[in-house]
Design a protein around this ligand. Structure first.
Ligand SMILES: NC(=O)c1ccc[n+]([C@@H]2O[C@H](COP(=O)([O-])OP(=O)(O)OC[C@H]3O[C@@H](n4cnc5c(N)ncnc54)[C@H](OP(=O)(O)O)[C@@H]3O)[C@@H](O)[C@H]2O)c1
Length: 317
């Protein structure tokens, strides 16, 4: 495992990290969560990702229980605030919800601070200045070391940086976008100038497009798989996506690796990526996905060009 600097910060993230969306608390119990996190950590993973909205807090509670086994300074822990519940002030990025949501997350995670705190989505109903000031309070109070955004537009990120400079507040240090062979536009085009100018880190999510890029959805939706469990995700199993997945499978065959490994290794080739957040519901998946590291040096210019041809940047994705 290698460790990459998160943007221009001094923080080092394992290039592969481990997340909890949908899996923790729904597909895993305490014992299997513990085994998966230990497996990841033993392979060199130092960064674990969470959010207040995952399983309505259940994913944080499970992770918090398991983290008691670890030395706090050995792990980089993140959570995200936005989807805190159904009450009028339980959602979004108001000063009130950011502070209260973070306190509740820290309680569930059984820690005094997270290393990374993300604004899980942009909030059209809160001025960016209010959000920047609230995140600055959390940084100054030591509740988080760095704050960042997830799926904000490039313009919104630039605006947050500008406001932070103006009020001498901590600026965002990282973004958390979706990035995979089927979803390249935002990371590679929209964010490029903003990443260049502000040297933000990128902790990217869904490297397998929720499992599509493992190839297992080619013929059907296997029982108990994510697309079987989550109705709205089924819409991503389009003929266009399946066609591209099959085209990537041919390259994986040539390299004698699994499709999932190729998809993950491809994400790591992008130097803007600070960490690729893996998801896995089972230990075999994690073993397979962690082995993607060995493949990275084999993705030479010819293979990368081949993947570019088969999965070009799509404006709509
Ligand atoms: N910031 C955000 O808005 C945001 C959004 C989404 C995710 N995230 C974070 O990013 C993390 C990773 O995203 P993700 O979970 O969507 O990643 P992903 O790698 O795209 O999907 C992971 C899922 O694919 C299936 N899978 C994984 N490896 C496989 C393999 N080798 N063979 C077959 N199936 C395999 C598993 O689902 P099944 O076994 O259930 O089919 C697994 O849970 C999340 O856990 C979360 O922490 C952040």
């Amino acid at each position: 495992m290698q460790y990459r600097r998160m943007g221009k910060s001094g923080l080092r993230l394992s290039e592969l990290s481990f997340g909890s969306w949908i899996t923790f608390g729904r597909q895993t119990d305490l014992s299997s969560t513990r085994s998966l996190m230990r497996q990841a950590f033993d392979a060199g993973v130092n960064f674990f990702d969470n959010a207040e909205g995952y399983g309505a807090g259940a994913a944080e509670s499970l992770m918090g229980e398991v983290l008691k086994d670890f030395r706090r300074s050995d792990v980089v822990l993140s959570t995200k605030i936005f989807h805190g519940g159904t009450g009028p002030n339980d959602m979004g990025l108001s000063h009130k919800h950011l502070i209260e949501g973070t306190h509740a997350s820290l309680e569930r995670l059984r820690t005094d601070y997270v290393d990374l705190l993300f604004c899980h989505r942009p909030d059209p109903n809160t001025p960016i200045e209010e959000t920047v000031r609230a995140m600055d309070v959390l940084v100054r109070q030591g509740k988080t070391f760095y704050w960042g955004t997830s799926e904000w537009s490039a313009d919104q990120i630039s605006e947050a940086v500008r406001i932070a400079r103006e009020c001498n507040a901590a600026p965002p240090a990282m973004e958390q976008p979706q990035y995979n062979l089927l979803h390249r536009q935002r990371m590679e085009r929209e964010y490029e100038p903003v990443f260049e100018r502000h040297e933000l880190g990128a902790t990217i999510w869904s490297p397998l497009a929720s499992g599509l890029l493992s190839g297992k959805y080619d013929k059907e939706i296997p029982k108990g798989s994510r697309l079987d469990l989550i109705d709205w995700l089924r819409a991503t199993r389009t003929e266009a996506n399946l066609k591209q997945v099959r085209a990537v499978a041919e390259v994986a065959k040539e390299l004698d690796c699994s499709l999932a490994q190729l998809a993950i290794a491809w994400c790591l080739k992008n130097p803007r990526v600070s960490s690729v957040i893996l998801g896995a519901s089972r230990p075999e998946q994690l073993t397979e996905n962690l082995a993607a590291l060995k493949l990275v040096p084999r993705l030479d210019a010819r293979i990368m060009a081949e993947l570019d041809r088969r999965c070009p940047v799509r404006a709509a994705s």
